[in-house]
Design a protein around this ligand. Structure first.
Ligand SMILES: Nc1nc2c(ncn2[C@@H]2O[C@H](COP(=O)(O)OP(=O)(O)O)[C@@H](O)[C@H]2O)c(=O)[nH]1
Ligand SMILES: [Mg+2]
Length: 696
């Protein structure tokens, strides 16, 4: 029923890593009575951070969903990763919620990553509540944290709850509008007594109360008039307008407490019930027809046609694929067939599952605002729309974050390549930023993601789920060889002692071509000095030899060969002999025609805060980069540059440290350019050494 949808609260918990999201979520779940023990990240007893990779790192890598009831209202929380490496997962899963709880740390304040996820919430137009976490920690300072929050996110962030004490003397919170104090004991049981507000907090509470009343009064002309006339508003008027102000984003309430200490959690849950939107408040969801030619929308109504978005996929080698979907409209029941409108595919499933962190329980129906899971869909991947067959709709896909850090993966045991490929493909179903490519030139498998920790976590999963062990290293740069001059050389292969002899002899002119021209071969033989049937063999000999150039073993490009002269032997000549002669002439010719090395140059677009510009440009110069242009976008600068690939293999972590995490970049291949002399010598030297190693 529609009235039931009004009670639904589905929200994501977001912030930088380590601010206490998972601990807060655990306390919410425990206080609701859904668990009998308070899960702790530090004791590996979290029901949300349950994957071995998360336990090992004591950090959330993958979003978890938990549905519980708070005072008979259906609540679903999405605990998200805060670390930059897993930010793509955060963004995708945030789409499952209607609002967000943003954490700011009472000691550390607001970190850059929190600003990033805040932007995602803005992109999805999700109302926010801020929770100042870790009030029980040494040096916790509420006023300072509020100031930090307001500096970064503006003055519309106003405390609705303030702490009683701080650090070891932190006892609970006061709800400003009601003036009630929640006073907790020394343990983490979550038990509290309701008391009157301690008198020493009255001043602070009054100050904040005025700020709240002013903010909510301004949200509505009628209310503002009344407030200006009467100088105050009734609690009902405030409450009604408060809810509207929070949902419209005009006011962002600040609450506080301690997740690990389980203090201040119930008033936060009440605040979510009172002020955060239900799917009804969020209104109709816009999508498009399957042809994409018209806009359609769905009301968050259980009676409307069913529609949902897949926000996450869990890939398990034994249990198969689990698709986690947020329902926008209609009602879903077990044993149903739905349409994947992105793939025009019908999908059938059996059980309908509600998520409880690491476990699931079968349910009989689910409606708007619910996040549920179904198993073993065949074609569905994350971000696909699943909907009613009769009323198809496609929800727009969000912009994904590009993979910016690449490493080469190689099997620890030979022959595992195929297995690595298929297992990684499975993991890519779970992880949309992960990219796997084969570089044919360097013959490496390249795995790309957001950063080192991201890729390491993937490798851990590969081992645990699929039993494959791999090594990681920086990718090789695919250099190429070419020439700058021209020359005429002879290649002669002659073996005429004992048995059947071999005889091939060719003279070629070899000459440089412009970039991108590859290898060209011209037959300029006159008078049959080389018989017709052997001429393709000469070309083939060169074409094969150029794969491993004579300078440093890289493919040779951008040159032409004129076959101008030669000789043959009626008995001893063969295709093989002319192939060898061609290859000999090529190797000699290249080395005589001013050989040189080419390297791939990348086109980069780097977005950085104003104050980091100088450092970024200086750094690009030291990487042999060429700045092509700069552009201002808000308080950020966009730098366009071309830089050799070999200089930016680790640009992702370097840019992060140069900009304290505020910088972003994308890059793609642009063209090949000559490697400067001194560097060339090093590369040639290294290639020689490697070759010797191999031949040992
Ligand atoms: N003292 C104290 N420590 C906390 C609190 N919340 C989290 N922590 C600790 O901070 C660390 C990170 O917590 P976690 O919940 O995993 O943060 P997340 O990365 O935001 O999910 C862990 O060591 C927690 O024990 C809190 O309210 N008080
Ligand atoms: Mg976490």
């Amino acid at each position: 029923m529609k009235e039931d949808v009004a009670k639904v609260r589905t929200f994501a918990i977001i912030s930088h890593g380590g601010a206490g999201k998972t601990s807060l979520a655990e306390a919410m779940i425990f206080d609701s009575g859904a668990t009998t023990r308070l899960g702790k990240v530090d004791e590996s007893s979290s029901v949300l951070d349950f994957e071995p990779e998360e336990i090992k790192r004591k950090a959330t890598i993958s979003s978890s969903v938990y549905s519980f009831a708070w005072k008979k209202q259906p609540f679903t929380l999405i605990d998200t990763p805060g670390d930059f490496n897993f930010i793509a997962e955060t963004k995708t899963s945030m789409q499952g919620g209607d609002s967000v709880v943003v954490l700011a740390d009472a000691v550390d304040g607001v970190r850059v990553q929190t600003e990033k996820v805040w932007e995602f919430a803005n992109e999805f137009e999700q109302p926010k509540i801020i929770f100042i976490s870790k009030m029980d920690r040494e040096r916790a300072d509420f006023a300072k944290a509020v100031e930090a929050v307001q500096n970064v996110f503006g003055k519309s962030c106003v405390p609705l709850q303030i702490p009683i004490g701080a650090a070891e003397s932190f006892k609970g919170v006061v709800d400003i509008l009601s003036g009630k104090a929640y006073v907790y004991g020394g343990d983490d049981s979550g038990k509290f007594d309701m008391k009157e507000m301690p008198s020493e907090l009255a001043d602070m509470a009054n100050r904040y109360k005025e700020a709240i009343v002013e903010q909510v009064a301004e949200s509505n002309d009628e209310l503002l008039e009344k407030y200006l006339e009467a100088g105050e508003l009734s609690p009902e008027e405030i409450q009604g307008a408060l809810r509207a102000s929070v949902i419209s984003g005009k006011l962002i309430p600040i609450a506080c407490g301690s997740g690990v200490g389980n203090k201040g959690i119930q008033p936060l849950l009440d605040l979510i019930a009172d002020c955060m939107p239900s799917p009804l408040d969020r209104g109709a969801i816009k999508g498009r027809t399957t042809k994409g030619d018209a806009e359609v929308e769905r009301q968050p109504d259980p009676e409307a046609p069913f529609s949902s978005l897949v926000i996450k996929t869990v890939s398990d080698p034994y249990a198969g694929r689990l698709s986690i979907l947020r329902i926008y409209s209609g009602t879903l029941t077990p044993d149903s067939t739905v349409l994947n409108s992105n793939k025009s595919a019908k999908e059938r499933f059996g059980q309908l599952l509600r998520l409880k962190g690491k476990s699931q329980e079968p349910i009989e129906s689910a409606g708007p605002g619910d996040i549920v899971a179904v198993a073993k869909l065949k074609e569905t991947v994350t971000l696909d729309t699943l909907c009613s067959e009769r009323d198809p709709i496609v929800y727009p896909a969000i912009e994904l974050l590009p993979a910016i850090y690449s490493l080469a993966v190689e099997p620890k045991s030979k022959g595992d390549e195929e297995k690595i490929f298929s297992s990684l493909s499975r993991l890519m179903e779970e992880d949309l930023t992960l990219r796997l490519q084969r570089n044919d030139e360097t013959r490496e498998m390249i795995l790309s993601g957001m950063g080192e920790i991201h890729i390491e976590a993937v490798v851990d999963k590969l081992r645990r789920k699929f039993g494959v062990e791999v090594n990681l290293k920086l990718p090789r740069v695919s250099y190429k060889e070419t020439i700058k001059g021209k020359t005429r050389v002879q290649g002669k292969y002659k073996k005429q002692s004992g048995g059947r002899g071999q005889y091939g002899d060719c003279t070629i002119e070899i000459e440089a071509l412009p970039r991108g021209e590859g290898f060209q071969f011209y037959d300029k033989i006159v008078g049959g000095v080389i018989p017709k049937q052997y001429i393709p063999a000469v070309e083939k000999g060169i074409a094969e030899a150029l794969q491993e150039g004579p300078l440093a073993g890289y493919p040779t490009v951008d040159f032409k060969v004129d076959l101008v002269d030669g000789s043959y032997h009626t008995v001893d000549s063969s295709e093989m002999a002319f192939k060898i002669a061609g290859s000999m002439a090529f190797k000699k010719g290249i080395m005589e025609a001013k050989p040189t090395l080419l390297e791939p140059v990348m086109e980069m677009e780097i977005t950085v805060p104003d104050d980091a510009m100088g450092d970024i440009i200086g750094d690009l110069n030291s990487r042999r980069g060429r700045v092509l242009g700069m552009e201002t976008k808000g308080n950020k600068q966009i730098v366009k540059a071309q830089t050799p690939l070999s200089e930016v293999l680790k640009y992702a972590p370097d840019l992060r440290s140069m900009t304290a995490g505020r910088g972003m970049f994308t890059m793609k291949f642009s063209h090949y350019e000559e490697v400067p002399g001194p560097l060339q010598e090093k590369i040639v030297e290294l290639a020689k050494k490697e070759k010797e190693e191999k031949e040992k």
